[in-house]
Design a protein around this ligand. Structure first.
Ligand SMILES: [Zn+2]
Length: 413
């Protein structure tokens, strides 16, 4: 067995708990995030050139907010981008040529001129969900086969502060044998990943896949068997639960997956690691925080904006043409020029919908901050009250809210 180093550049400290929910601090390379926290997904690359902050439609406008660009009237939005999520798979989203790809991966994101002021933590996903069917990155005139070594090489080149192994996500239609084969391939990659990242100056997360206790337990067994006697809690800085995106609208399934993952992590001595949920956001966040999840990432704030939906909470949004912007005191809705654009007075969709996406992100971040504060208050009542007043008010989710309160927060009485 090769030598693996112990983790040392990442600390995760739980400051308060309310039932299974926890509030804490995640410190990586000297930068600290308060948890629970939401990582907005964004594509740092795409289509354009240096002078256009690398282009990319609404993603481009979000990047302009991130760096306080003159194009959106400047302003200070860094606090919403202290942690961001991007993916190896996003590099070729805009059909770039090989030359552009080599340019994108020649320098760390934070060393590039447009992002030189950006100091937040970047979580670089391996893109396993995308490579499942293609096995590689497709540009306009090139293809790159992606294996664990190549995925990590790119994550390293981009300067990811958090990196994960190349995984083989499962789908709801997989047979038992298919799931087992994927678990074995993911576990083999995890061993190679642990070896490749021995000296990596960032956090290394292990992806896990499964929808319930028995599937997740089998997955952890498969990983552990690849590592032999080595305690995996000493090799990884966090656990990332994947494969839930196809079930994103099924709250019952999401809650089961997270509750069971939390239980298994406790049984295996992994409870001191942060638990990240890949690709799930919005109205699921309060319930999954209550079930014990610490960090999240999702593109919903952008997708909702593209569909002209303006968030008023994690659970509710209204059509853009019905919004009364004076009802929101966020920095976007308090800037007359941006309100004017959101009302349709701009030539390009990115200028109309980009500020909407930024507003949606701010609502996301504010609600997650509220959850954090509720966990830090005494007892479980503040968090239970929050759930009751938000997701618990909605008919299809009420039953799941009661389940989380009863199973993760000790019940109502
Ligand atoms: Zn707003």
């Amino acid at each position: 067995m090769p030598q693996f180093r112990q983790t040392d550049q990442t600390t995760f400290q739980v400051a308060a708990t309310a039932g299974d929910a926890r509030a804490g601090t995640l410190t990586i390379n000297g930068q600290t995030l308060e948890t629970p926290t939401f990582f907005p997904v964004l594509s740092f690359y795409g289509g354009g050139t240096k002078s256009s902050v690398f282009g990319g439609g609404v993603h481009r406008t979000i990047k302009e907010f991130m760096i306080g660009d003159d194009a959106i009237g400047g302003g200070t939005y860094e606090e919403y981008f202290r942690g961001t999520m991007t993916s190896v798979a996003a590099l070729t989203d805009y059909g770039i040529n090989r030359e552009r790809f080599d340019d994108y991966t020649a320098e760390r994101i934070k060393d590039r001129e447009p992002f030189s002021e950006y100091s937040g933590l970047i979580f670089v996903d391996s893109g396993g969900y995308k490579f499942l069917h293609s096995d590689g990155l497709d540009g306009s005139d090139f293809e790159i086969e992606i294996d664990q070594r190549e995925a990590f090489r790119i994550q390293n080149q981009l300067g990811g502060d958090i990196v994960v192994n190349l995984d083989r996500p499962i789908t709801p239609n997989d047979t038992f044998e298919e799931r087992q084969t994927k678990a074995e391939r993911t576990a083999e990659n995890a061993v190679e990943f642990a070896r490749l990242t021995q000296d990596y100056p960032g956090a290394r997360y292990l992806t896990v896949h499964g929808y319930n206790y028995s599937m997740l337990n089998r997955f952890f067994d498969t990983v552990q068997s690849q590592f032999g006697n080595i305690d995996i809690s000493t090799l990884f800085d966090g656990i990332a639960l994947g494969s839930l995106v196809p079930k994103k609208d099924n709250k019952e399934a999401l809650i089961t997956a997270v509750m069971d993952c939390v239980e298994i992590m406790e049984e295996r001595g992994l409870e001191d690691l942060p638990l990240h949920i890949l690709g799930i956001g919005s109205s699921s966040i309060p319930l999954l925080v209550a079930a014990g999840a610490d960090t999240f990432d999702a593109t919903t704030y952008i997708l909702n904006a593209i569909n002209e939906k303006y968030s008023v909470s994690l659970t509710d949004h209204i059509p853009l043409d019905e919004v009364d912007f004076s009802q929101c005191d966020c920095p976007v809705c308090s800037t007359p020029m941006l309100v004017d654009r959101m009302q349709g007075n701009a030539e390009y969709q990115k200028d109309i919908l980009g500020p909407v996406a930024m507003h949606n992100l701010i609502i996301h971040k504010q609600e997650v901050q509220e959850l954090r504060q509720r966990i830090k208050q005494h007892g479980t009542d503040p968090l239970i009250n929050y759930l009751d007043e938000t997701v618990g008010r909605r008919d299809p989710i009420r039953k799941q809210t009661h389940r989380v309160v009863n199973q993760s927060l000790g019940g109502y009485f």
